[in-house]
Design a protein around this ligand. Structure first.
Ligand SMILES: Cc1cc2nc3c(=O)[nH]c(=O)nc-3n(C[C@H](O)[C@H](O)[C@H](O)COP(=O)(O)O)c2cc1C
Length: 167
Protein backbone atom coordinates (compact mmCIF):
# COMPACT_ATOMS: atom_id res chain seq x y z
CA UNK A 1 0.00 0.00 0.00
CA UNK A 2 1.24 3.52 -0.74
CA UNK A 3 0.40 6.83 0.97
CA UNK A 4 0.43 10.13 -0.94
CA UNK A 5 2.95 12.51 0.67
CA UNK A 6 4.92 15.58 -0.35
CA UNK A 7 8.05 15.07 -2.51
CA UNK A 8 10.24 16.42 0.34
CA UNK A 9 9.11 13.57 2.60
CA UNK A 10 9.34 10.76 0.05
CA UNK A 11 12.79 11.71 -1.24
CA UNK A 12 14.27 11.33 2.27
CA UNK A 13 14.01 7.57 1.68
CA UNK A 14 16.73 7.70 -1.02
CA UNK A 15 19.71 6.90 1.24
CA UNK A 16 22.28 5.45 0.89
CA UNK A 17 23.37 7.76 -1.92
CA UNK A 18 26.67 7.40 -3.70
CA UNK A 19 29.13 10.26 -3.47
CA UNK A 20 31.50 11.39 -6.22
CA UNK A 21 33.97 14.23 -6.49
CA UNK A 22 34.03 15.91 -9.92
CA UNK A 23 37.02 18.06 -10.82
CA UNK A 24 37.51 20.61 -13.61
CA UNK A 25 39.98 23.47 -14.09
CA UNK A 26 39.03 27.13 -14.32
CA UNK A 27 40.51 29.58 -16.81
CA UNK A 28 43.42 30.32 -14.44
CA UNK A 29 44.27 26.60 -14.41
CA UNK A 30 43.04 26.01 -10.84
CA UNK A 31 41.58 22.51 -10.39
CA UNK A 32 38.27 22.77 -8.52
CA UNK A 33 36.82 19.68 -6.82
CA UNK A 34 33.09 19.52 -6.10
CA UNK A 35 31.25 16.83 -4.14
CA UNK A 36 28.13 15.46 -5.84
CA UNK A 37 25.49 12.92 -4.95
CA UNK A 38 23.39 13.41 -8.07
CA UNK A 39 25.27 11.33 -10.61
CA UNK A 40 24.72 8.28 -12.80
CA UNK A 41 26.17 6.04 -15.48
CA UNK A 42 24.43 7.33 -18.61
CA UNK A 43 25.71 4.89 -21.28
CA UNK A 44 27.62 1.61 -21.31
CA UNK A 45 28.85 1.70 -24.93
CA UNK A 46 30.47 4.12 -25.19
CA UNK A 47 30.81 4.58 -21.44
CA UNK A 48 29.29 7.91 -20.39
CA UNK A 49 28.60 9.49 -17.01
CA UNK A 50 26.21 12.26 -15.96
CA UNK A 51 26.40 14.76 -13.11
CA UNK A 52 23.85 17.35 -11.97
CA UNK A 53 25.46 20.61 -10.81
CA UNK A 54 23.50 23.53 -9.28
CA UNK A 55 23.41 26.57 -11.55
CA UNK A 56 24.90 28.75 -8.81
CA UNK A 57 28.03 26.60 -8.32
CA UNK A 58 31.46 27.72 -9.50
CA UNK A 59 31.86 24.24 -11.05
CA UNK A 60 29.46 25.27 -13.83
CA UNK A 61 32.11 27.74 -15.00
CA UNK A 62 35.03 25.31 -14.64
CA UNK A 63 33.34 22.49 -16.58
CA UNK A 64 32.14 24.84 -19.33
CA UNK A 65 35.61 26.36 -19.58
CA UNK A 66 37.63 23.16 -19.75
CA UNK A 67 35.02 21.02 -21.59
CA UNK A 68 36.17 18.03 -19.58
CA UNK A 69 36.10 16.79 -16.00
CA UNK A 70 37.20 13.87 -13.89
CA UNK A 71 34.96 11.88 -11.56
CA UNK A 72 36.51 10.30 -8.46
CA UNK A 73 34.77 7.68 -6.33
CA UNK A 74 36.03 8.75 -2.88
CA UNK A 75 36.98 6.09 -0.36
CA UNK A 76 35.43 5.78 3.09
CA UNK A 77 38.52 7.51 4.57
CA UNK A 78 37.87 10.56 2.38
CA UNK A 79 34.68 11.71 4.16
CA UNK A 80 36.33 14.90 5.47
CA UNK A 81 37.59 15.80 1.99
CA UNK A 82 34.14 15.18 0.49
CA UNK A 83 32.54 17.41 3.13
CA UNK A 84 35.15 20.13 2.62
CA UNK A 85 34.91 20.08 -1.18
CA UNK A 86 31.14 20.03 -0.80
CA UNK A 87 30.93 23.04 1.49
CA UNK A 88 33.43 25.57 0.05
CA UNK A 89 33.16 27.28 -3.32
CA UNK A 90 36.02 27.51 -5.79
CA UNK A 91 34.73 31.01 -6.51
CA UNK A 92 36.56 32.29 -3.42
CA UNK A 93 38.83 29.40 -2.35
CA UNK A 94 41.51 27.11 -3.77
CA UNK A 95 40.15 23.88 -2.28
CA UNK A 96 43.23 21.78 -3.05
CA UNK A 97 45.48 24.42 -1.41
CA UNK A 98 43.24 24.55 1.68
CA UNK A 99 42.65 20.82 2.19
CA UNK A 100 45.33 18.13 2.07
CA UNK A 101 44.10 15.68 -0.59
CA UNK A 102 46.55 14.02 -2.96
CA UNK A 103 45.86 14.90 -6.61
CA UNK A 104 47.82 13.69 -9.65
CA UNK A 105 47.51 14.77 -13.30
CA UNK A 106 44.93 12.96 -15.42
CA UNK A 107 46.27 11.08 -18.46
CA UNK A 108 43.83 12.03 -21.24
CA UNK A 109 42.07 15.24 -20.15
CA UNK A 110 43.31 18.48 -18.56
CA UNK A 111 42.24 17.78 -14.99
CA UNK A 112 43.44 15.78 -12.00
CA UNK A 113 42.74 12.42 -10.35
CA UNK A 114 42.44 11.79 -6.61
CA UNK A 115 45.29 9.42 -5.73
CA UNK A 116 43.52 7.83 -2.75
CA UNK A 117 40.11 7.39 -4.36
CA UNK A 118 38.59 3.98 -5.08
CA UNK A 119 38.46 4.82 -8.81
CA UNK A 120 38.77 7.80 -11.15
CA UNK A 121 37.20 8.41 -14.57
CA UNK A 122 38.36 10.97 -17.12
CA UNK A 123 35.47 12.48 -19.10
CA UNK A 124 35.29 14.71 -22.14
CA UNK A 125 32.17 16.88 -22.11
CA UNK A 126 29.62 15.59 -24.63
CA UNK A 127 26.58 17.73 -23.86
CA UNK A 128 24.86 19.74 -21.15
CA UNK A 129 21.22 20.52 -20.50
CA UNK A 130 19.41 22.60 -17.87
CA UNK A 131 17.11 20.67 -15.52
CA UNK A 132 15.34 23.12 -13.21
CA UNK A 133 17.91 24.61 -10.85
CA UNK A 134 20.72 22.28 -12.01
CA UNK A 135 22.68 21.67 -15.23
CA UNK A 136 23.16 18.06 -16.28
CA UNK A 137 26.59 17.48 -17.78
CA UNK A 138 27.22 14.25 -19.68
CA UNK A 139 30.79 13.19 -20.31
CA UNK A 140 32.27 10.39 -22.39
CA UNK A 141 34.72 8.32 -20.34
CA UNK A 142 38.09 8.41 -22.11
CA UNK A 143 40.21 6.80 -19.36
CA UNK A 144 39.48 4.85 -16.16
CA UNK A 145 41.68 4.14 -13.14
CA UNK A 146 41.37 2.00 -10.00
CA UNK A 147 43.29 2.08 -6.74
CA UNK A 148 45.91 -0.64 -6.41
CA UNK A 149 44.78 -1.15 -2.76
CA UNK A 150 41.31 -2.44 -1.84
CA UNK A 151 39.16 0.49 -0.67
CA UNK A 152 35.52 0.92 0.36
CA UNK A 153 33.39 3.56 -1.35
CA UNK A 154 31.97 6.55 0.48
CA UNK A 155 28.19 7.05 0.65
CA UNK A 156 25.83 9.53 2.19
CA UNK A 157 23.81 7.37 4.58
CA UNK A 158 21.37 9.92 5.98
CA UNK A 159 20.20 13.52 5.99
CA UNK A 160 22.63 16.28 6.94
CA UNK A 161 25.40 14.73 4.83
CA UNK A 162 25.86 11.82 7.25
CA UNK A 163 28.68 9.77 5.72
CA UNK A 164 29.31 6.02 5.82
CA UNK A 165 30.37 2.94 3.87
CA UNK A 166 29.47 -0.73 3.46
CA UNK A 167 31.50 -3.93 3.44
C1 LIG B 1 27.53 14.83 0.19
C2 LIG B 1 27.28 16.02 -0.70
C3 LIG B 1 26.57 15.85 -1.88
C4 LIG B 1 26.34 16.95 -2.73
N1 LIG B 1 25.68 16.74 -3.91
C5 LIG B 1 25.54 17.78 -4.78
C6 LIG B 1 24.97 17.55 -6.08
O1 LIG B 1 24.60 16.43 -6.46
N2 LIG B 1 24.84 18.61 -6.92
C7 LIG B 1 25.25 19.87 -6.55
O2 LIG B 1 25.13 20.81 -7.35
N3 LIG B 1 25.82 20.12 -5.33
C8 LIG B 1 25.98 19.10 -4.46
N4 LIG B 1 26.58 19.31 -3.24
C9 LIG B 1 26.95 20.68 -2.86
C10 LIG B 1 28.26 21.17 -3.50
O3 LIG B 1 29.29 20.20 -3.41
C11 LIG B 1 28.72 22.47 -2.79
O4 LIG B 1 27.72 23.45 -2.87
C12 LIG B 1 30.06 23.01 -3.28
O5 LIG B 1 30.54 23.89 -2.30
C13 LIG B 1 30.00 23.74 -4.61
O6 LIG B 1 31.32 24.07 -4.98
P1 LIG B 1 31.71 25.02 -6.21
O7 LIG B 1 31.04 26.35 -6.00
O8 LIG B 1 33.22 25.10 -6.12
O9 LIG B 1 31.25 24.37 -7.46
C14 LIG B 1 26.82 18.24 -2.37
C15 LIG B 1 27.53 18.40 -1.17
C16 LIG B 1 27.76 17.30 -0.35
C17 LIG B 1 28.56 17.49 0.92
Amino acid sequence: MQKLVKYEQAIKTKYPEQVVIAIAKDKEGKANPVTLGWTMIASGDPPMMAIAVAKTHYSIKTIRHSKCFTIAFPSAEMADAALFFGSKSGRDTDKFADFDCRAVPAKKVDSVLLADAVANFECSLEWQKPAGDHIIFVGKVVASHINTKPKKRLYTVGTGHKMGSFS
